[in-house]
Design a protein around this ligand. Structure first.
Ligand code: ATP
Ligand code: MG
Length: 583
């Protein structure tokens, strides 16, 4: 089944004030060479270090006095750092780590809010050749222990408001040698036994010779979102920066004078690949906002800093929709020229709503922690088919495979979404889990664990996670398509759809929905929503049951956790909930 009822959104490139970097996806694909893309990097002596390519080379050139980072604190305080300053701050931290005996390959964890020192720290660690591993600051002690233990972390960099969580598990972390506390922003003392970030960097030189790292040397480790189960620690290499540079240029369409804002936290991969590496490898001003979500608050951030390119997530877009386009229109968002989304499928309704609220459709793109960079995208110059994740990046080969890993070439047949390895930003291992890593590669393909289909023009359509696709009376049903139809109903804010075991149909489609403010969860409303779904999807696919709930369980990166809806529905154990967002 396909829900293809939204008209294609055509693009008029000649009307765009900034000419897109990618004008013709087909031509770009045919002539693509990753080697040629390397011309956009410095690669001194054939070496590659992400921190060098993102910071030092700009500090040494014409961008030295350009603001690489604009930071706005949760309290509204604004700080600006030039590339030259970023170089000095990161050098100092790299020296501090070296003084502590931290070496190439050591795992350095970051457990802090989005403050400038988090960014100095990650790049300082990269300069030293250490593996930087950022964690969500909202994690409790247990998820921190789990991850640091699995990766045998040597250092945790944190802040006074979080250090108690580290203390709670410290005794269980034999690999941990140092806890560095960034205390000066909170004006709190550092406990004896811990190291004071400020003291360390004050005592360190701002000159640093970057460790000799090559393309295959480790750079960052990221744990997956835990949407489908226990998070996996995907390790990446310095050579990945080529993928960040290229997708930053051709998907994010970054230009030198852009003010770019990625709302993702570095606790998940979008917050590093696109909250750090893509903008900085392109030498672009990167806005970092420490505060959390709020519709008016976010629009003020865009207005105040004159954001031009904005990368966010479907969950945020659905919340903005919930607040209403009116709130957007009360702000001056005229600097915005391009809005993108990642992390979950973006409902067609959301794509189109962007036009209403910002005069700009929202561009969905697809990738994973494992892929390290965007793999499939809607480009600024390419017509959008709302509900589709777009077309593969020029240097990437994507395919739909059947269960025996044969390529399915017929259009709109669903199968496993697979990618042809290698590509520069690809993960190189699941840390301490080689077997699981190996299981993701079959017959020359990397299997993504997602189901999708491809239309006759090469656009890819997300169907669902392998585990989420529903089999009802012989039909395969995409939870995403059902959810997208449900949120078209004026009362429905968000929806999560699962397959509920059934003796006759194998599974029946069951939906959980949250309502917009002002709507009451009545039986009459349930009947209306069901009626709408039946009309749009047909009775075989429409949900048989709809429950109203107050909030949908989501990961901290904002993804609907269908496995939890299912476990709760069936009274089964919830499994790993370390990434569950708790309000
Ligand atoms: P885990 O692997 O631990 O279950 P996760 O897969 O959610 O968690 P991430 O690597 O953060 O961890 O997310 C990647 C996944 O998110 C993709 O495999 C896909 O299922 C989903 N996703 C990301 N972007 C999109 C998109 N634009 N459309 C549809 N799905 C998307
Ligand atoms: Mg995954």
């Amino acid at each position: 089944m396909t829900v293809l009822h939204y008209a294609e959104i055509a693009k008029d490139v000649s009307a765009m004030t900034v000419k897109p970097n990618l004008l013709d996806i087909e031509r770009e694909r045919q002539g693509w060479s990753w080697d040629r893309a390397k011309a956009g990097l410095d690669l001194p002596n054939g070496l590659v270090n992400q921190a060098y390519e993102c910071i030092d080379r700009h500090a040494a050139g014409q961008r030295a006095q350009k603001h690489g980072m604009i930071w706005e604190g949760a309290d509204g305080k604004v700080e600006r750092y030039t590339f030259a300053e970023l170089k000095r701050h990161t050098n100092r931290f790299a020296n501090a780590l070296r003084t502590l005996g931290i070496k190439k390959g050591d795992r350095v964890f970051f457990f802090a809010d989005r403050i400038p020192e988090l960014y100095f720290g990650v790049f300082g660690a990269l300069k030293l050749g250490a593996i930087a591993a950022p964690l969500f600051s909202a994690f409790g002690p247990e998820p921190v222990r789990e991850r640091v233990q699995r990766a045998e972390g040597v250092v945790i960099v944190t802040t006074p408001n979080l250090v108690a969580k580290v203390n709670a598990i410290r005794g269980q972390l034999p690999s941990l040698k140092h806890v560095i506390v960034i205390a000066h922003r909170q004006g709190k003392p550092v406990a004896s036994g811990d190291l004071d970030y400020q003291r360390l960097v004050d005592a360190a030189s701002d000159q640093f010779e970057i460790e000799r790292t090559g393309q295959e040397d480790w750079s960052v480790m990221h744990f997956t979102s835990g949407t489908t189960g226990m998070p996996k620690g995907a390790a990446h290499v310095h050579g990945a920066v080529l993928g960040h540079l290229a997708t930053g240029k051709y998907v994010l369409d970054l230009h030198d004078d852009d003010i770019y804002w990625c709302t993702a936290d570095p606790g998940w991969v979008t917050g590093t690949s696109y909250g750090m590496f893509a903008p900085w490898s392109n030498g672009v001003t990167n806005l970092i906002y420490e505060g959390g979500f709020g519709a008016a608050k976010w629009y003020q951030v865009i207005q105040r800093h004159r954001v031009t390119v904005w990368y966010t997530a479907p969950t945020a877009i659905r919340l903005l929709m919930r607040a209403g386009a009116k709130v957007a229109k009360q702000h001056d968002l005229s600097t915005l020229r391009y809005v993108m989304s990642v992390g979950e499928p973006l409902n067609p309704e959301g794509v189109v709503w962007g036009k209403e609220a910002f005069g700009l459709p929202i561009h969905d793109n697809w990738w994973q922690t494992e892929t390290g960079a965007i793999m499939i995208a809607n480009y600024l110059s390419m017509p959008i088919r709302p509900g589709s994740m777009g077309r593969p990046f020029p240097g990437i080969t994507a395919a739909i495979l059947d269960d025996e890993q044969n390529e399915i070439t017929a259009p709109m047949v669903e199968g496993q979404l697979a990618l042809k390895p290698p590509w520069p930003s690809m993960f190189r291992v699941y840390w301490n889990d080689q077997e699981r890593y190996n299981s993701r590669f079959k017959r020359g393909w990397y299997l993504t664990g997602d189901k999708a289909k491809r239309d006759a023009d090469g656009y890819f359509w997300f169907v669902g996670r392998d585990d989420d696709v529903i089999n009802t009376a012989g039909h395969l049903v995409s939870p995403f398509e059902v959810e997208s139809v449900l949120i078209e109903h004026e009362a429905v804010a968000e929806a999560g759809v699962i397959g509920k075991p059934d003796a006759v149909a194998m599974e029946i489609v069951k939906a959980f929905v949250t309502l917009h403010d002002g709507y009451e969860p009545t039986n009459e409303l349930r009947r209306q929503i069901m009626g709408h779904a039946r009309e749009r999807l047909g009775p075989g696919v429409a949900p048989r049951e709809i429950d109203f709930i107050k909030i949908l369980p989501k990961t901290r990166s904002g993804k609907i956790m269908r496995r939890l809806l299912k476990a709760r529905e069936l009274g089964l154990p919830e499994g790993d909930t370390s990434t569950l967002e708790e309000d």
